[in-house]
Every structure is written in C-alpha cells, then in structure tokens.
Design a protein around this ligand. Structure first.
Ligand code: BG6
Ligand code: MG
Length: 211
C-alpha cells in the first residue's frame, strides 16, 4: 500500500484560475504587468512569495505593512471565488479516482501551500476523502522546500519512500524529490525532467505500476 499526497490547487480543483484573476486585479491596480506566464511561477509558492514575484516588475519599493495589505486584499478577492465553489467543481474523474485509491487500501493526504485548503475541501465536500491534511497553516517554508510533504507523511505515519506526490507545479515536483518521494506530474509538471510519472489524465494515477 502506498500513500498518495495530492497538491490541491491545479490538481484536485482548478482554483489556479481564481488565484490568477485575484492577483491580476492587484497587479492592474498597481499598474504592474502580469500575465499567465508570470502566473505559472506562482504555482505552489506561498501567498507572500507570490506577491514578491509580481512586485519584481515594480519600480516602487513597498513596506512590509503595504505588502501585508496587498496580500490580504488579494485573498479577499480570491475568497469571493471560493465561496461560490460547490461539489460540482470537482471533476467526476477526480472523485472516482480518489474513491478507487481508498477502496484499494491506499492512504490519501493533501500537501498544499494554501492556507485556504480546508475551506476549499469543505466547499467541494472532499474533506472525508483524506486521512491527513498538510497545508499552508502548518509549514514555515513553501515548495520547493519538502516540508509540506514530509509533514503529510508524518501525519499519516508513513515513510517518504512509500509516498507518491501528485503535482501540477515544477516547485511541487522539486519539493517531492527533495522529500525522497516519487512524483507524478500533471499539466506543466508532466513535462518536467524530474517527474517520475507523466499523467495526461487524472485517472492514469490508477495505472501507476506497482500500486
Ligand atoms: C498554492 C498555489 O497551492 O497555494 C499558489 O499554487 C498559492 O499559487 C499558494 O500562492 C498559497 O495559497 P493561499 O490560498 O494560502 O493564498
Ligand atoms: Mg498546484
């Protein structure tokens, strides 16, 4: 039996588009150029680090307090999207795959940098699928640091060598490998060199050899 550790945004739910739209509002308000390509660099990294990436293009320097306010404003926009989420925002293939993995006896955990993780899992009624949740509220360093995945393994009581991480972010694949885990990549992460299993579709998780 394996432990599967799932990233949340961009893997189980498509909240990555909401992150983009919320940051875009902040960037536009500040007159800073921001596009989907820059947004890809925000995948997997914490809220404050994301803001620092956006502000790289600003000529102005902002105080820590101003940055806190911007991050809070972004999160308020973002939460407006999350409030509208329902169980229908989870693709049937995702729900079916998670149910099948559980039926086979594997342990399932979340490994996400987001502090909104529990709210999203409640909105989409995914909470009961998981044996443990490691998220932005229990880490001090975000991906590519392995902390969030190592904590997930500890929470379910498994060793890193027995864990398979499912990720859409390059930073997440880096974090999984740094944790000594196997990494399955979806989306952009499927094409990354360090990815062990390249997934075209979520259901292909069930075809991973030896599970
Ligand atoms: C990750 C996203 O899952 O969570 C990042 O990929 C985001 O883009 C990070 O910055 C933190 O999210 P939150 O919800 O705590 O602002
Ligand atoms: Mg992600």
């Amino acid at each position: 039996m394996k432990t599967f550790i799932f990233d949340l945004d961009g893997v189980l739910v498509f909240t990555d588009k909401f992150h983009y739209q919320a940051w875009k509002k902040i960037a536009d308000g500040l007159g800073i150029y921001f596009d989907e390509k820059i947004n890809n660099r925000l995948r997997g990294v914490s809220r404050m680090e994301s803001l620092d990436i956006i502000l790289e293009r600003s000529t102005k320097r902002y105080s820590a307090g101003e940055k806190e306010d911007m991050a809070e404003e972004k999160n308020n926009y973002y939460k407006e999207f999350l409030k509208k989420m329902t169980p229908q925002d989870v693709e049937p293939a995702v729900r079916e795959t998670l149910a099948e993995l559980r039926r086979l006896g594997h342990k399932l955990a979340i490994g996400s940098s987001s502090k909104n993780t529990k709210f999203i899992l409640q909105q989409t009624k995914l909470m009961d699928m998981f044996d443990a949740i490691s998220d932005g509220t229990n880490i001090t360093r975000s991906k590519p640091d392995p902390e969030v995945f190592l904590k997930a393994a500890t929470f379910v009581g498994d060793i890193p060598e027995n864990c398979i991480v499912v990720e859409d972010a390059i930073a997440g694949i880096e974090a999984a490998k740094a944790a000594g885990m196997m990494a399955a990549g979806i989306g952009e992460a499927a094409h990354y060199g360090k990815t062990d299993y390249r997934l075209e579709h979520f259901k292909e998780i069930l075809e991973i050899e030896g599970i």
